[in-house]
Design a protein around this ligand. Structure first.
Ligand code: RFL
Ligand code: PHB
Length: 404
């Protein structure tokens, strides 16, 4: 057994773990990251694409924004297509100048990994048997194996940044946490292609055939999604079938302009709302997807991970730099208030934009066709006047981070 020490042990090298590690390192607060898979595997995941201003600012503060500032695209608005009729949500105008940044999670991760390597910060990739110990004591530790060597990492704090399926949340005894969950009765089939995006801005489409989203990664790379039944397999969807269905769901003008090409990635993601309360126990903090999941309809998953990081980083700085003992004990309370706002927005957008075959009506104690009419009317109402659009816009650009 090899013993190592660090102030903060970070479990998981996704965007949460890497961003927290980078910010802490810049303040001289040393940390070690332990990741289950290889760095290449982490970079192979295609996920979010829209960054709120809060995350953009954090990446700048972390000193990893050079490529994002050069290659990312600022979006002043997006469209919601209501049965073929596009409404533009003018983010800039409706939120007094706020915008979002279109820059892929994969690229954010790549930039953070490069910065970490350059600074010589330690990351143990491809680690197995990761286990958390004594989280409620003054001296917690993490054990893991890498290349046949067993390590014991002693630390002050553990940041559980290991996603929904990680070990951190499960290290909180079941009787000391409460979980809230909604699993949706459909998934998103996503495709990445080396084709120019169909429009300059994103288009969220509500249609009789289900939801679709036209997104992008750059001026030459597109990301599109279709709502599909959970029983569908990726193999059921040839590229041709995907493009044909997408054309049915896009507004006519966009369908006519769509450039198609071979897919370079295709996958189905299930949709879930999930929150674990509290987000901390003793010396363990849950950060990002380890603590909560949102359906991607509001583009909030990655951004919520970033606000957790900002809060925990701020509180740890108070402890280590300002000698404010126990500041981090406020983490869960501060983080959860923003988490529930983003959960509510993502759930609301998902309800309005998707076609719920036979599940949501029952869940809401009414028959399905009644639920569908309510949701159609809800979206119609919010789109049809400026105050309604403002409610969507202010949440899409991201609610303010809590004061620490
Ligand atoms: P991540 O990105 O899941 O990273 C967690 C990391 O922890 C590692 N890990 C472990 N490490 C050590 N020991 C263990 N026992 C471990 N178990 C797991 C994992 O290998 C991984 O590297 O969580 P993080 O950092 O909190 O970041 C959150 C974001 O990734 C997430 O919120 C978003 O990507 C959510 N999400 C999307 N959000 C959007 O806003 N738009 C999207 O289009 C979108 N698509 C997605 C998504 C999430 C998906 N998941 C979780 C399956 C598509 C998918 C498929
Ligand atoms: C994406 O580009 O992957 C993306 C963008 C916005 C969303 C969800 C996913 O709401």
């Amino acid at each position: 057994m090899q013993s190592i020490k660090s102030k903060v042990a970070i479990i998981g090298a996704g965007p949460s773990g890497l961003l927290l590690g980078q910010l802490l390192a810049k303040q001289g607060i040393d940390n070690v990251i332990i990741e289950r898979v290889s760095g290449d595997y982490v970079l192979g995941r295609i996920r979010a694409g829209i960054l709120e201003q809060g995350l953009v600012d954090l990446l700048r503060e972390a000193g990893v924004s050079e490529r994002m500032d050069a290659e990312g695209h600022v979006h002043d608005g997006f469209a919601i297509s209501y049965y073929g009729k596009p409404y533009r949500i003018d983010l800039n105008k409706l939120t007094e100048g706020k915008t979002v940044m279109c820059y892929g999670q994969t690229e954010v991760t790549r930039d953070l990994m490069a910065a970490r390597a350059e600074q010589g910060q330690t990351t143990y990739y491809s680690s197995s048997k990761v286990a958390l110990h004594d989280i409620e004591s003054a001296q917690p530790s993490v054990t893991f194996e890498q290349d046949g060597v067993t390590y014991q990492l002693e630390c002050d704090y553990i940041a559980g940044c290991d996603g929904f399926h990680g070990v951190s949340r499960k290290s909180i005894p079941a009787e000391k946490r409460q979980e809230f969950e909604r699993v949706y009765p459909f998934g998103w089939l996503g495709i990445l292609s080396e084709t120019p995006p169909v429009a300059d801005e994103l288009i969220y489409c509500k249609t009789e055939r289900g939801f679709a989203l036209a997104s992008q990664r750059s001026s030459t790379r597109s990301r599109y999604y279709l709502q599909v039944p959970l029983t569908d397999k990726v193999e059921d969807w040839s590229d041709q079938r995907f493009w044909d269905e997408l054309k049915h769901r896009l507004p006519q003008e966009s369908a006519d302009a769509l450039v198609t090409g071979p897919s370079i990635e295709k996958s189905i993601a299930p949709l879930r709302s999930f929150v674990c309360e509290p987000m901390q126990l003793g010396k363990l903090f849950l950060v990002g997807d380890a603590a909560h999941i949102v359906p991607p309809t509001g583009a909030k998953g990655l951004n919520l991970a970033a606000s957790d990081v900002a809060i925990l980083y701020g509180l740890l700085c108070k402890e280590y730099k300002d000698n404010e003992a126990n500041a981090s004990q406020r983490y869960s309370e501060l983080a959860l208030s923003r988490v529930w706002q983003a959960e509510r927005f993502s759930w609301w957008m998902s309800n309005m934009l998707h076609d719920f075959k036979d599940d949501a009506g029952e869940a809401n104690n009414m028959d399905q066709k009644t639920f569908a009419r309510f949701m159609k009317s809800e979206l119609d109402f919010y789109l049809s006047h400026e105050e309604g659009q403002k409610v969507i816009a202010m949440q899409y650009v991201g609610l303010p981070y809590p004061q620490i």
